[in-house]
Design a protein around this ligand. Structure first.
Ligand SMILES: [Zn+2]
Length: 312
């Protein structure tokens, strides 16, 4: 079985064909357009004609209803996306089994499937423009009742702090993001650095960039400590654009976790960087869709067999 995996973000849409082992091919990138519905239909039609996948898996920014696949709540990053019945509308347009979940939940499932299949509980944080989260328990993404499980980005970590686009103040996303690292550097250096320069300067030991990353790592450690105490996962994976800062960043993050972990049973080494990087969302969405499609195709099967192929 093969599925079309789609990862919808505020700036880019990523697609690829994914097989049952999570191997991807025919990867494509599209800038997100304002008329997203129409754009999505066109992309899906072209992909179906070219590759004929048996299922469609969509990971999208926003909170996705676990039962209906409708976008219950999306921020301004995707204008007009709140209330879109994504699953039913793509399924009706294409007559192909479609599954929809939040993009960070998809990334967590993809990361688990590709790199951590022996892990019982995995939590992933995606640190990019914002802060997303996903929890995978025994191979299932935790979706919650309303589709807002693992929305760690909107947990308040500094009450009365910076205003968030969700309407609250002090949300983790306002303290843990690549956007904030760029802003902190610009405030001191007096100019904006592009992503590549910022990464290069960080790896070269630049003190201004180092201090900005250190500040964000400190707040990320607060979020991670509360995640260990909420879910007791074997592993917390950090993904998203921040991974470009590499092992130097990981070591500094682990250092921040030394003190809080001494009051707990987890170890700073239980935090790792994503290995699938930009592909984890596409892989997770496609794997989720194939799993749903198998269930729908064989609804009366008695006794549950393995839902996933054995770990490689
Ligand atoms: Zn918020």
């Amino acid at each position: 079985m093969r599925a079309l995996g789609i990862d919808i973000g505020g700036t880019m849409i990523k697609t690829a064909i994914v097989d049952e082992n999570g191997v991807i091919s025919e990867k494509k990138l599209y800038p997100t357009q304002r008329k997203l519905r129409e754009q999505l239909v066109q992309i899906v039609r072209e992909e179906l004609a070219a590759s004929n996948p048996e299922a469609i898996g969509i990971g999208t920014a926003g909170r996705v209803d676990p039962l209906t696949g409708e976008v219950n709540l999306a921020t301004d990053n995707l204008t007009g996306w709140t209330g879109v019945p994504l699953k039913s509308f793509i399924q009706e347009e294409t007559a192909v089994v479609t599954a929809v979940l939040n993009d960070a939940n998809a990334a967590a499932l993809g990361e688990w499937f590709s790199n951590h299949r022996r892990t019982e509980t995995l939590v992933m944080l995606t640190v990019g423009t914002g802060l997303g989260g996903g929890v995978v328990i025994n191979g299932f993404p935790l979706l919650g009742k309303r589709g807002e499980a693992a929305e760690f980005g909107h947990v308040v970590i500094h009450p009365g702090g910076r205003r968030c686009n969700c309407g609250k103040a002090g949300c983790a996303e306002q303290y843990v993001s690549m956007r904030l690292i760029h802003r902190l550097v610009a405030e001191v250096a007096g100019r904006e650095l592009d992503r590549a320069t910022l990464v290069e300067q960080y790896l070269g030991g630049d003190p201004i960039v180092g201090k900005a990353v250190d500040t964000v790592a400190g707040d990320l450690a607060i979020v991670i400590d509360s995640i260990f105490l909420s879910f007791d996962p074997e592993t917390v994976v950090v993904g998203g654009g921040i991974c470009e800062l590499g092992d130097r960043f990981l070591l500094s993050l682990r250092e921040k976790l030394v003190a809080p972990s001494q009051s707990s049973l987890y170890a700073p080494e239980d935090v790792v960087l994503s290995l699938s990087r930009n592909d984890s969302g596409i892989i997770g969405a496609a794997i989720f869709a194939m799993k749903n499609a198998r269930t729908q195709l064989r609804p009366t099967r008695r006794g549950r067999k393995r839902d996933y192929p054995a770990p490689g």
